[in-house]
Design a protein around this ligand. Structure first.
Ligand code: NIG
Ligand code: FE
Length: 417
């Protein structure tokens, strides 16, 4: 299939974009892309590709932007229920960590998720996955974290594998047993950390080999935060995971700075996420590493908090910056990376071009898939989107509506409007 005559083709070619190089779109006016099966075979000016491939069936993209599918590298996709009542409590003055300390917050979603019938849990999660896909996300990372015991956490991982197999949204799973301290360990973060380190993480590789043979191992993440896991507990969890060959992620500096971002850099984590209360020294440590800094602007927005990730300082230091939704029922129920881009332009002062690179090729790097997805280059997976606008800057400029008209996933075209 030859997709041709796009008013702007954004290739994002050339790999992840560090520091001030962020925003290289590889823009080709009147662009075209040749796809065969699941793979991109060629990309360039329409005139050239039409001559090169005169007999290919065509898809006319006139008046549209053609670009890589959006990649969402941080979601808590699988849960049951909602926390609408808690949203109201927060607006009335209760803080997120106060609600968690009183047994609500993440723990209320843990109760709902543990109790849900497996088919119902899948149906609720599938609806969100479908909404993400309609809004242009072609690959998403997705975490467990609402089970918090061996069996329930593995059940959530299994649900993610099932949804990934169903498609079309492709899922990169993350194991997050250290998301909160479960009700079975009241006030005993130490006891639960021991369970994570001595039972949950050791069970994971063998479980994975039998349930997802041949697939790369899932990420392991930890919520390093006051009221969740201390820096030392986070270190033990991540070091145990690393010794088992599992790639690492961390939730760091969302509310307090415990040193999680520097820990991530020192352990060679794939990404460090949130990074609101991150210090200049942490930013230097991240920038000197290959750990991707993932900003989640929906989270402060969802919590109505004033502080956002210091994205400009991260770019000045030469860090690798990506964007993600943090889709979850407590702080950020948002399925749209288009909205994330719009928020990032305003709250992180990114240009649309920078935000688009952070939500495609750099987001792919944040899940170690930048060799397969995140840009339009020969040999890469054919994951693309078409926007019903002729100028890419409408992404960022506009918000609250869906600009995507078609999503192409592994070479199959889905109409979404
Ligand atoms: O990334 N901070 C921890 N986890 C989520 C919130 C999860 C929840 O509140 O259910 C986050 O913001
Ligand atoms: Fe999160």
């Amino acid at each position: 299939m030859l997709i041709h005559s796009a008013s702007q083709l954004l290739t994002l070619a050339g790999g992840p974009q560090r520091g001030r190089s962020l925003g290289r779109l590889g823009l080709i006016p009147d662009g075209a892309v040749l796809i065969q099966g699941e793979t991109i075979l060629d990309a360039g000016p329409s005139e050239v590709l039409k001559q090169r491939y005169p007999h290919e069936p065509g898809l006319d993209a006139s008046g549209k932007v053609l670009m890589p599918g959006l990649v969402d590298p941080h979601t808590h996709l699988v849960w049951a229920g909602d926390r609408a009542a808690e949203f109201e409590l927060r607006l009335e003055g209760k803080s997120y960590l106060e609600i968690l300390a009183a047994g609500g917050g993440i723990l209320s979603t843990v109760r709902a998720t543990r109790q849900a019938e497996p088919a119902d849990l899948l149906a609720q999660t599938r609806r969100r996955a479908a909404a993400m896909f309609r809004h242009g996300t072609t690959t998403a990372e997705a975490k467990t974290g609402y089970g918090l015991d061996v069996e329930a956490e593995l059940r959530l991982l299994d649900a993610l594998l099932r949804l990934d197999a169903e498609g079309p949204l492709e899922i990169a799973p993350t194991f997050l047993p250290a998301h909160a301290i479960p009700p079975e360990y009241p006030g005993d973060g130490e006891g639960y950390t021991r369970l994570v380190v001595e039972a949950m993480l050791p069970a994971l590789p063998a479980w994975w080999r039998s349930h997802a043979p041949g697939r790369p191992l899932p990420f392991v993440d930890v919520f390093c935060e006051t009221g969740a896991f201390s820096l030392e507990q986070s270190r033990r969890i991540l070091e145990t995971a690393r010794a088992a060959g599992l790639p690492l992620k961390i939730h760091a500096d969302e509310f307090d700075n415990l040193g999680g971002a520097s820990l991530a850099a020192s352990l060679g984590a794939v990404s460090a996420d949130h990074l609101v209360k991150t210090s200049p020294a942490d930013i230097q440590a991240l920038a000197a590493s290959d750990t991707v800094a993932v900003a989640l602007p929906c989270t402060p927005f969802g919590l109505a908090e004033p502080a956002y990730t210091p994205a400009q300082a991260i770019l000045d230091a030469g860090g690798l910056l990506a964007l993600a939704s943090d889709l979850n029922p407590g702080t950020a129920w948002c399925e749209s990376m288009q909205f994330v881009i719009a928020l990032a332009c305003r709250t992180l002062r990114l240009t649309p071009a920078q935000a688009i690179a952070a939500a495609t090729i750099n987001a792919a790097a944040a899940i170690r898939r930048d060799r397969a997805i995140g840009s339009i280059e020969t040999g890469k997976q054919a994951d693309l989107i078409l926007l019903g606008v002729s100028d890419y800057r409408h992404l960022g400029y506009r918000f609250g509506t869906n600009l995507v008209t078609q999503v192409i996933k592994k070479g199959i075209c889905y109409d979404v409007d």
